[in-house]
Write a protein that binds this ligand. Sequence first.
Ligand code: FES
Length: 136
Amino acid sequence: MDRRTLLCGLLALTTPVVATACGPGAPTRRPGVGSGKPGDRIAALADVPVGGGALVDVSTDGQLLLLRPAETELRAFNPACPHAGATVNPPTGGSVACLAHGSTFDPATGEVRSGPAKQDLTEVPVRVMDQDVLLA
Ligand code: FES
């Protein structure tokens, strides 16, 4: 039994909704667009705080990091840390951090600030239309 199965089993005992999310057909989200395609809506612009960011689901199997450094500026990144692939967190305290080994990234540009990562986060093209964020 793997850790996910064990955790889902334990949580299902206390929260019936988890049983659905952890069932045999439950999607596995990975950093990136997954099966998302251009034009897919991935978030409402209002879900991304100005001066911050958010991890958002893409299609049934992907996840992106949206960064919104200003009211009129929004960029999307693959949240996979370039060091070893852990998912980075939305910005707090002025930087995007990877808790796996401590790399930090600029919360506006995704540029690496401190390692061990040596590369920037990979940007993913998105566009905003009618207050929705879409894959471009
Ligand atoms: S995976 Fe992010 S710092 Fe190692």
